[in-house]
Design a protein around this ligand. Structure first.
Ligand code: AMP
Length: 395
């Protein structure tokens, strides 16, 4: 796959699929510019190689033209982050975009209006993709967050650029981080899966059993495994339809010599709330009327030992209901163990949804090796799927 530094960009117009799907407040001001910052290295690389940038993104899920979701709202934030003036085209295709793209000079940046104002974007329409392609000489995809979608701007457009297409720096980092965990990771390799339901992580578990030495199963998912093995889980979240399946998984793991680690004790309470009475119970002896919402101290010291002896760590999903302050301890502690292991030289990747929110909320983002920027795209990568946006860059 070609990288940005391998492209000839001198006097070239690069159309870059970025992920500027940023949160806006009521005044339509950007409240978190992480995604704009994340696109800056690729944009800077294009400009310093003598090219110009045409930036395209979606924002939200508009049905047709929706002024509240115009990318014009984020224009001044983009200018602040990139440190220069940015021209805005009031549609992603059509005369305004064509004229402004044609007039774009080396060193300049053009931002196109929200791609999803056209239904053709998510439908992956060829003509729409072709119109976007005609604005530029080269195509760069730097939007990991949408790389699992075969949309016009993320996948279909690539066919119009022959070899003049490349993976952006952010997307490249994501691919490298996933490969480090699933393909080239130094052993022992550990995956920590948490979150609410085992049913939503089945394909991930099946895929990673071939790749890891240890698997910690925490959070709400753990209770289905515990009940399947004869434990009582009280009112804890449990998927009875998956009891047999989890036993199968445990057998498969044994055959593949993967060590599974489940919680041995939990912090339980009497209803799904932050405020009720709490007590520590054995994970397989939870009384009726009680439900486990966090990992207990014995579980955490077991998990700590595994984390500290692992050289490659993948973390997806919290160990408890971290949104409730009284049940956030397990998730926070786990973050501390991973940070410690990382400081001692292991490679750690946090990805896919709520664990990313947790590492940010509790201040671990700088202390792990890599925090993924894509929820669904990361989950599909962990499931072993080839993402269409990445495949298109290779074709
Ligand atoms: P997921 O989207 O499957 O990764 O699940 C994340 C959610 O799992 C978070 O919102 C947590 O609050 C929830 N969760 C974690 N542990 C538990 C638990 N023991 N009981 C209920 N929900 C949990």
């Amino acid at each position: 796959m070609t990288t940005v530094s391998q492209l000839d960009l001198n006097e070239k117009k690069a159309i870059i699929r970025v992920d500027f799907n940023v949160p806006l407040n009521e005044e339509k001001k950007v409240t978190d510019n992480t995604r704009i910052l994340a696109a800056k290295p690729t944009i800077d690389a294009v400009l310093s190689a003598g090219g110009s940038c045409i930036l395209m993104s979606h924002l939200g899920r508009p049905k047709g033209i929706t002024p509240d979701l115009s990318l014009e709202h984020i224009l001044s934030e983009v200018e602040d982050v990139l440190g220069q003036k940015v021209i805005f085209a009031k549609d992603s295709t059509g005369e305004d975009a064509k004229t402004k793209a044609a007039q774009l000079k080396a060193g300049e940046i053009l931002l196109l209006e929200n791609l999803r104002f056209h239904a053709e974007e998510t439908a992956g329409h060829e003509n729409f993709a072709k119109e976007l392609a005609q604005l530029a000489d080269v195509y760069i995809n730097d939007a990991f967050g949408t790389a699992h979608r075969a949309h016009a701007s993320t996948t279909i457009i690539a066919q119009y650029f022959d070899e003049n297409k490349a993976v952006g720096k952010l997307l490249e980092q994501e691919i490298v981080a996933i490969d480090k965990v699933l393909k080239t990771g130094e052993k022992p390799v550990l995956a920590i899966l948490g979150g609410s339901k085992v049913s939503s992580k089945i394909t991930i578990i099946e895929n990673i059993l071939d790749k890891v030495d240890h698997l910690i199963i925490g959070g709400g998912m753990a209770y289905t495994f515990i009940k399947a093995q004869g434990g009582t889980v009280g009112n804890s979240i449990c998927e009875d339809d998956y009891l047999d399946y989890t036993l199968e998984l445990l057998k498969k793991a044994k055959a593949k010599k993967v060590q599974i680690h489940l919680p041995v004790d939990v912090i339980a309470t009497t209803e799904f709330s932050n405020e009720k009475e709490r007590k520590t119970l054995k994970a397989n002896e939870i009384e009726d009327g009680w439900e486990g919402l966090d990992a207990g101290p014995k579980s955490l010291s077991l998990f700590k030992e595994v984390v500290l002896k692992s050289k490659t760590i993948l973390w997806n999903g919290p160990l408890g209901v971290f949104e409730f302050s009284n049940f956030a301890n397990g998730t926070i502690e786990l973050g501390t163990f991973i940070a410690e292991s990382t400081a001692a030289g292991s490679f750690s990747l946090v990805g896919g949804g709520d664990s990313v929110a947790a590492v940010k909320q509790f201040g671990f983002a700088e202390k792990v090796s890599y925090v993924s920027t894509g929820g669904g795209a990361m989950l599909e990568s962990l499931e072993g799927k080839t993402l269409p946006g990445i495949a298109a860059l290779k074709a």
